[in-house]
Design a protein around this ligand. Sequence first.
Ligand code: SAM
Length: 342
Amino acid sequence: MNEPKLEIKLDFITGLREIVLNEISQYANLRVIKEEGDSFYLDFVQDLTEIKHLRSVSRAYIIAQNSKYNPLYISNHKSILNNFVEIIISGNRDKFKTFKITCAGSDSSEVRSIAEYIQRTYGLTKKEEADMKIHIIKLDGIWEIGIQITSRPLSFRDYKVKNISGAMDPTIAYAMNSLCELENANSYLNVFSGSATLLIEADQCFPNLKQLIGFDNNKKYISLAIQNIKKAGLIKKIQLKKKDVFDKPDLGKFDAITSDLPFGMSISKNEDLEKLYRCFVEYCEEILNHGGKLVVYTSEHEMLEKIILKSKFKIIKTLELKFMTSVNAYLRPKIFLCRLKP
Ligand SMILES: C[S@@+](CC[C@H](N)C(=O)[O-])C[C@H]1O[C@@H](n2cnc3c(N)ncnc32)[C@H](O)[C@@H]1O
């Protein structure tokens, strides 16, 4: 039996392709060999440290593809699994106590025998919400066997004190900040800061930023954001204020402004979204430095686009995203990168 040819697979949110490619290209050791849907496949690397640091990627796996790797074949050649399991548990044994196999026919005798093998060989317990996630799936006519590299998705961040609905996916926050080209910026404002995902991601990726300010009008979010900021160790660096955008708070001028605009359920019913968006855009016209970047994210993009087109801003680029929310509905938000017209 030949050793499996291992590769790295990276999954990302639909629409973030160029951001992910750009991030990967910053690591000389990482080489993309193919692309399928919203996944990149990379040459295998023994040291997974760089993979685990990728901030635009949702999930990372070690995989091997082969037309033979169906569940029956794997159950007859179970030692193939050792190649995967041993790499990810080496040095991380304490992080992996439970496992799950995702596979069509998961209650078949073949899959049951694979599960028993994992249980017996590695002392792991089978569980639905598992630390170790193994998959045996058929993609475009070829079988793929794989294992997720980390017990949590790569997009999980340690600074999140608790997960709230409406908080931005950190890979999207990373994408928005990288569009701002923050390596050349000093001052950063996040309007509608919520739980502070954008602010924390900005500082962690661009520690050169001298001034990071965020504001939100909701006391509950401000206090959650403070907890997240403290957990990230950034309480001395990030300033948070309780302000309402309708008051156009005077906080100075900024090289970059980012915003995850309220939309859908996250805004109170009485508020007129269009009025809020218009006020936000007018405010940004006044406080963005010339040459600075405004990056905005919303699902109500048609409304926002109309307002921007009538404003002093020029849209430089848009990214169209698509992903499933926790309640299994598709969201199709857009990111707008804008600059003030000369
Ligand atoms: C989509 S959420 C931002 C979520 C944030 N990016 C995160 O990761 O947690 C929008 C935020 O806008 C705030 N907001 C709504 N209306 C506002 C207003 N008039 N002035 C300031 N903040 C407002 C809400 O309290 C909410 O936290």
